[in-house]
Structures are given as C-alpha cells and as structure tokens.
Ligand binder design. Sequence first.
Ligand SMILES: Nc1nc2c(c(=O)[nH]1)N[C@H]1C(S)=C(S)[C@@H](COP(=O)(O)O)O[C@H]1N2
Ligand SMILES: [Mo]
Length: 328
Amino acid sequence: MIIRSPSDIPSSEITPEGIYLQRRQFMQSIGVGAALAGLGLPLASVAATKPELAALNYQSVVAKSDNPFYTDEKMASFTDASTYNNYYEFGTDKSDPARYADSLTTDPWSVVIEGDVAKPGKYPLEDIMKLMTLEERIYRLRCVEAWSMVIPWVGFPLADLLKMFEPSSNAKYVEFTTLSRRSEMRGQRSSFSVIDWPYTEGLRIDEAMHPLAFMSVGMYGKVLPNQNGAPIRLVVPWKYGFKSIKSIVKIRFTAVKPKTSWQAIAPSEYGFYANVNPDVDHPRWTQRYERRLPGSLLSPNRIKTQMFNGYGEQVAGLYKDMNLRRNY
Ligand SMILES: Nc1nc2c(c(=O)[nH]1)N[C@H]1C(S)=C(S)[C@@H](COP(=O)(O)O)O[C@H]1N2
Ligand SMILES: [Mo]
C-alpha cells in the first residue's frame, strides 16, 4: 500500500469530485484510513481534515474544463504553499506560521458583520460555509516582496457572502479584521512586532463584489491549514498578497475608506489599492520581476510580473479613470 503525501499528488488528481469523495468518506469513516487509501486518496490530508469542512453543503460542481479560473501554470506544491508563509501574528519569518500556527483554535468560529448593512450580526462559520461551492480556483498569489505561487483554492466568491447581508447604498468600502488573540498568537506577544493588532484590510465595494475576489476555506482539496489563514481568509488575486487577509472575524461596511495595517506602518510603501503593477516600484525594490516558487538558488525561476498579476482583462475596468502611480 503506497500512501502518498499531499505534496506528491499532482493537481490534476484533485478534482472537485475527489474533494467530495474525500469529505464523504471522512464523514462515513472517521479514523478508518484503509478505505481511503483504497480510493487512492491522501491519508495525510484526511488526518488534516476537520469536521466543519466535511459538513459543507456543496451547491455546485464545476468541471475543470469549463472552469473560467483554470490556469495550466505549474502550481506550487502543497508543502511549499503551507511552509513559506506570511502571517505576522505568528512571527515575521516565512517559516514561523507553519511552525506556530497550530496553536490557533479555529472551531468554534464566527464572523461579525457591522456597519451599513440591513442584516448585521454575528454569524457562525457553519452558516457562512453554506455558500461553499466545489469550484476550484487556481489563482496566483503575488507577494509585494516579489515572490509568487500558483495555488488551487477552495471556497466561494466574496460577493456571494457580502450580498447575504444586504449592504446599503452607503457602503462604499468593506473593511476586514483578523482575529486578535495573544494567548494563541505568539507574534502578537512579541515585542518586535510592527503591526498594531488586529490586522485590518479593506477593499472598495466594487472591488469586493468583483467575481475574482474570493473567500477561501481550503486549498489543494483540503481544509485550509492554520498558517494559510484558517478557517476563512480572503484571496484577491490581482493585488499584492497583503490584501489577502487571513482568519477573518469581522467584516464592516462603511462610507469611509478603511485604514489598513500596512498603510499604517509605511504609507509611502503600501497603498490602499496595492494592485500588482510592474511599472510602480516599491520604494526599496523593483516590482518588475517575481520569483515564481518553487525555485532554487541555481534556478531562481525569475519571471516578468504582469499588470494586475495577469488578471488585467477582468479587472482593469475597475480603475479606468485612475492614476495608478498615485493610487498605488
Ligand atoms: N492576518 C494576516 N493576514 C495576512 C498576513 C498577515 O501577516 N496577517 N500577511 C499577508 C501577506 S503579506 C501575504 S503575502 C499573504 C500570504 O499568504 P499565504 O501565506 O497563504 O501564501 O497573506 C497576507 N495575509
Ligand atoms: Mo506579502
């Protein structure tokens, strides 16, 4: 019996159907690994599976061939995507989140909805998870530090979630807040931390409603690892990684442009828009190129960065009358 680790599984094998079977099998045979191994499903991923994702109500299954979010670029391995992270609540080293984020309790979880909406409240994650679709979205994640990865995300469009709460016409922006829990987040206890917790981010409402903006609850057909922002995080594929806020506990609709954590730290380096833009350099380094991971010292895999991270056709219209040098 060959038991493969998640990183050995080519993405082509992680079909929506595979995810479904994995969950159903999990429900039917918790702790029974043999049946799953028989199906060729990764045991390790089953161990990492949590009941909340198993209990999801899948609404639609989109085959890869008709999935508009498909890309055939080489994906990062699960191991790379879950061991090279930015999540300052657990430390500033790329390896800190994988090492320390296990301490985070992600169940129970709820998200508070506030501000200019008809239906504010505190929503248990289970209610939000009903929006889950089986559509796999293979998006590039591009960090402002000039590395990038291609990752198959699992979740649902942000717009589906926001519409549930019926934002009013005053809601021009959406602010997101990450959990703040010193007892479980060692980076928040560190005296070296630069961020004034909690971590916050924001989008203009039309950006937030764009069909590419995505709420992720999983990746590679598995529940999101804590270091990647479990149990629920944002993915905005045309913006620098810091906009893709992790472990969200609050969403506020507002008429006023929200303050974001990175703008507060260095407003001249990190703007509100943070659209991936090869023509606008970070003050301390170029944004013209990126290191596509995995790479190595000998073969750094340096590629040209594309405007809007390659999603220009879909999102350029959002910014058509804006000066993107000024609105960086
Ligand atoms: N709460 C929170 N969210 C966060 C961060 C963080 O430090 N705290 N880092 C951001 C940055 S800079 C990047 S590049 C991405 C990294 O996502 P990944 O670790 O899943 O690749 O998460 C973003 N979301
Ligand atoms: Mo980043």
